[in-house]
Design a protein around this ligand. Structure first.
Ligand code: SME
Length: 155
């Protein structure tokens, strides 16, 4: 695995395709989940220049902040709260084009305008969520959803 992140020219599909390959190579050689989450957050973040990219891990009845890139964030989120807690409860990826329209959205940063949260599964259980925030409206769509699901499946 090269130490430098390669970023593809072209659109989102091209960028995700190359990102996926690099994440697959990296996670194949490393068994520690936290180390992998840390590098995955960094690789996604710097490929796309998102506002905030990181993981919250399931700990009892709460999500606890894990590895991330970006500004200071909330440390704990209760089950079912905000976009992250909703993804955990509903066991479904949440794509939020405008966070102000999402009931109960937790504003860790007033810069965040749209968001995607993807559950991370270990067998039948959700063990974490990947949360990405954008400072632009409607940043995330089906393309992000599909690739990010594939990426977290590597963890
Ligand atoms: N907005 C998220 C909280 C986490 S931060 O934005 C990093 C939510 O509503 O779950």
């Amino acid at each position: 695995m090269a130490e430098n992140l390669l970023i593809a020219e072209g659109g989102k599909e091209q960028k995700y395709a190359l990102l996926y390959k690099q994440i697959a190579a990296l996670t194949e050689g490393e068994s520690d989940t936290i180390a992998n989450m840390a590098n995955v957050a960094a690789m996604i973040h710097f490929t796309f220049g998102f506002w905030w990219t990181g993981f919250y891990r399931v700990a009892g009845e709460e999500l606890v902040l894990g590895p991330f890139q970006g500004p200071l964030a909330c440390s704990r989120i209760k089950y079912g709260r905000g976009v992250c807690g909703t993804a955990w409860r509903e066991q479904q990826t949440q794509v939020v084009p405008d966070v102000e329209q999402f009931p109960g959205h937790i504003a860790c940063s007033s810069m965040s305008r749209s968001e995607i949260v993807v559950p991370v599964w270990r067998g039948e259980e959700i063990v974490a969520v990947l949360d990405i925030d954008s400072e632009h409206l409607a940043t995330f769509d089906e393309v992000d959803k599909e690739w990010l699901k594939r990426i977290v499946a590597l963890l």
